[in-house]
Ligand binder design. Structure first.
Ligand code: CO8
Length: 260
């Protein structure tokens, strides 16, 4: 599919999605959100792709939020629909059955921070800036931020960031557990690729099941979550990759995983 506001590149078995609206610091309008969803579906259906990296085109912004010019005159119904669209797209990112790494190369504000939150792993450039400035614009976070931010950094810190609309730099984001690692701007994408390749060297189905167990388990009580883990753990023993991984260990050789 041809995209206008994003770039989807494929490099070996890695897909790289760049949000690309330089005139608006990669801000998200309807069209861009729909293109991100289409790209996620493309990655889902492409058996040659093992992981997705999401980043921003250019050197200034990851995504500077939802498009404020577009939102300015929305009615309550239109605002809700726009929120539902963003939620749907970011839930598709979260549920993609392949690992998703956000390489946050600059401003990640509002919807941009929420896109990073929907990713599995967040890596930041030293120049990255995070924040949920929505209340300074008279709205709440609406693309999942009120739910995913507290689940990732805890309720108190999430409330402070959302209520104050304060932006934080990459070091503070690292300190509070919002990002996994911080890198110099020039090595961020390479480090993201390196991490993706490390993950892809493991059994793909086991990674996928681990993601499902964590994502589903985080939304439920511990007993139900442990039941989900037990089912998926059991299912691994019906895969060829479990036999391959353990046989390789026992015979002191490198495993060759095959299951997608
Ligand atoms: N929307 C639209 N245009 C934007 C946005 C945005 N979010 N961010 C930047 N731009 C545009 C600017 O208007 C400017 O355009 P122009 O050149 O035509 O004047 C261009 O990008 C460059 O931006 P600046 O000149 O402002 O660049 P600076 O380096 O001076 O500042 C900032 C960079 C600090 C990132 C600044 O642009 C800024 O504060 N942007 C807005 C950030 C923000 O508030 N984001 C949150 C938006 S709200 C949101 O995301 C809600 C999500 C849930 C929605 C639910 C709906 C119901």
């Amino acid at each position: 599919m041809a995209y206008k506001n994003i770039i989807l590149e494929k490099e070996d078995s890695l897909a790289i999605l760049k949000v690309n609206r330089p005139q608006a610091l990669n801000a998200l309008n309807n069209e861009t959100l729909r293109e991100i969803k289409a790209a996620v579906m493309e990655v889902k259906d492409d058996e040659t792709v093992g992981a997705l990296i999401i980043t921003g085109a250019g050197d200034k912004a990851f995504v500077a939020g939802a498009d404020i010019s577009f939102m300015e005159n929305l009615s309550a119904v239109e605002g809700r629909d726009f929120g539902l669209l963003g939620q749907d797209v970011f839930t598709a990112v979260e549920n993609l059955e392949k690992p998703v790494i956000a390489a946050v190369n600059g401003f990640a504000l509002g919807g941009g921070c929420e896109l990073a939150l929907a990713s599995d792993i967040r890596l930041a450039s030293q120049k990255a800036v995070f924040g949920q400035p929505e209340v300074s614009l008279g709205i709440t976070p609406g693309f999942g931020g009120t739910q995913r931010l507290p689940r990732i950094i805890g309720e108190g810190r999430a409330k402070e960031l959302i209520f104050s609309a304060r932006s934080i730099d990459a070091q503070e984001a690292y300190r509070i557990g919002l990002v996994n690692q911080v890198y110099p701007p020039e090595s961020l994408l390479e480090e993201a690729k390196k991490m993706a390749r490390t993950i892809m060297a493991n059994a793909p189905l086991a990674v996928r099941f681990s993601k499902a167990a964590i994502n589903k388990g985080m939304q439920t009580d511990i007993d139900s979550a442990l039941a989900i883990e037990a089912d998926l753990f059991g299912l691994c023993f019906s895969t060829q990759d479990q036999k391959e991984g353990m046989n390789a260990f026992v015979n002191k050789r490198k495993p060759a995983f095959i299951c997608q």
